[in-house]
Write a protein that binds this ligand. Structure first.
Ligand code: ATP
Length: 483
């Protein structure tokens, strides 16, 4: 059976993956906390991404920029003027919606009703209306389509207003003197403003990349689908600086590389697809999303964008600091390429959306056995490299020295990877506990262990057991959990 998002959300809470923020006060909308198992899973994803980017690629280094930046940064990037979502309120229910999302839902409905051409025409009209200076055209389409508020069932709409998604606050103690600053809505700008710092201090030669993992904040109007759309989230972004004219080559390379990454950490190829942007942002000359098939449909998980020289040029103009690179390599006429502002190809993935994809894919609820022996079994089939806990050491019984033996194994292994020890209750129950948090290997210490220094490894997905020498455990499990 298809697992619903609801089941996954309650599983995530019950087993220490994701909790609603400040839950004792009834939570804070679209903000979540990661629990003891969630943080391990998320850290694994971030480490794998970091290694894939900086270690496995030539010429990609990392930085860690601050969340607060000079306010002009966001003027240059375009976020102050145009990082807006159009919102509309229903006058009866007082409910607020994103105008574009109301129309997208309608287009999906047309598609489901077998009239996709109507849906397509609607989306085109919407895209045109959204480029206009005032949003009255967008409202008119909502009225013409007779779209009703699902709560009040009326079409009594306000005007459409542009709503900037950036959170702002003040620096300094006195609010009158303080200047307005923003919580960054993306990590990318921290990379752009440090382009020359890294290039010069690292003696980097184009093409090279800068990678970063960090928090970003957006005041999303309608936050939904669990950790898919949050107001505080984490991005893993990489800006790759290239010689103008070579950007498509790199765009295609990163497009391929990033898809392979998602497959390598366990997301099945059939649940991943590219979605080319029909309408490009004014600064981009190519853009694609990698979409994952979430329980609520194929949705964006990562974006790969060819951003030309837009960002560095804008920063050069506003800061009046040259953002040029001198390329000493010789062109076909034997002359150095010389000074230019590099083009940028970026890859941008949400750590939380990747987490959600990995969790949805892992969540397995199946019936094992037949007839009277049929039993429901729930487990998380994580790739061993992302699993929060790699192995559990379980003595069959506590007596006769088995617990001590198991403790010895546990202490020896915990230096190499995240391993847990559990001697409480029947062994079957303990296997189940590990299944529910996705531990790929259970190491059982039994009476035979005391005689021949072997243990059983019980595999999570197949539930099969094999006999292994204690001396081989570290290499065997260590190999499986590394990538
Ligand atoms: P969407 O269209 O879903 O709002 P976007 O196109 O605005 O996303 P980008 O600005 O390209 O997203 O951000 C890059 C990545 O950051 C996204 O692919 C996504 O994984 C992640 N991301 C963006 N907004 C959020 C959010 N509110 N919550 C969680 N992750 C987010």
């Amino acid at each position: 059976t298809a697992s619903t998002l609801k089941d996954i959300i309650s599983h995530a809470k019950e087993y220490g993956f994701v909790f609603p923020s400040s839950e004792i006060y009834d939570g804070l909308q679209a903000v979540y906390d990661y629990g003891q198992n969630g943080v391990e899973l998320k850290n694994n994803l971030k480490t794998l991404w970091w290694k894939a980017m900086t270690m496995l690629n030539d010429n990609v280094v990392g930085i860690d920029a601050a969340i607060f930046m000079h306010p002009l940064t966001w003027k240059a990037s375009g976020h102050v003027d145009s990082f807006n979502d159009p919102m509309i309120d229903n006058k009866d229910s007082k409910k607020r919606y994103r105008a574009d999302q109301l129309l997208e839902a309608k287009a999906e409905q047309y598609e489901a009703e077998g009239t996709p051409e109507k849906g397509k025409a609607l989306l085109e009209a919407m895209a045109a209306a959204m480029t206009a200076d005032d949003m009255s055209g967008l409202r008119q389409i909502i009225l013409d389509e007779g779209i009703k508020c699902p709560i009040s069932n009326t079409a009594n709409w306000t005007e459409v207003r542009q709503f900037n998604l950036m959170f702002s606050t003040q620096v300094g103690a006195v609010s009158e003197d303080a200047s307005l600053i923003y919580l960054r809505p993306e990590t990318a700008q921290g990379i752009f403003v440090n382009f020359l710092n890294v290039q010069k201090s690292g003696r980097m030669k184009v093409p090279f990349g800068i990678a970063q993992i960090g928090k970003a904040f957006r005041n999303e109007i309608v936050a939904r689908n669990f950790i898919f759309r949050m107001r505080e989230f984490e991005q893993m972004e990489m800006q790759f600086f290239v010689r103008p004219g070579t950007e498509m080559e790199w765009y295609n390379k990163w497009k391929e590389t990033r898809l392979k990454f998602h497959q390598a950490i366990g997301l099945p190829a059939e649940n991943l697809k590219y979605h080319d942007h029909e309408k490009l942002a004014h600064y981009a000359n190519a853009a694609v999303d990698i979409e994952y098939k979430f329980p609520f449909g194929f949705k964006e998980m990562e974006g790969i964008h060819s951003r030309t020289a837009f960002d560095l040029t804008a920063h050069q103009e506003l800061s009046r600091k040259k953002q040029q690179y001198f390329d000493a390599e010789l062109d076909e006429n034997g002359k150095p390429y010389g000074n230019y502002i590099p083009y940028v190809v970026e890859t941008s993935v949400g750590a939380d959306r990747l987490f959600l994809a990995i969790l949805c894919n892992a969540y397995t609820d199946e019936v094992v056995g037949e007839g009277e022996n049929a039993k429901q079994r729930t487990y998380l089939k994580f790739h061993p490299a992302v699993a929060p806990i790699k192995a559990a050491v379980l003595p069959l019984v506590k007596k006769d020295g088995l617990a001590e033996k198991a403790q010895d194994i546990y202490h020896a292994l915990k230096r190499s990877f995240n391993v847990t020890y559990d001697d409480g209750g029947a062994i079957g129950k303990r296997y189940t506990r590990q299944d529910l948090i996705g531990t790929p290997y259970c190491i059982a210490v039994d009476y035979q262990t005391m005689e021949d220094e072997t243990v059983t490894i019980r595999h999570r997905d197949s539930m099969e057991q094999e006999r292994v020498a204690i001396a081989d455990l570290r290499d065997k499990i260590g190999f499986a959990v590394s990538m």
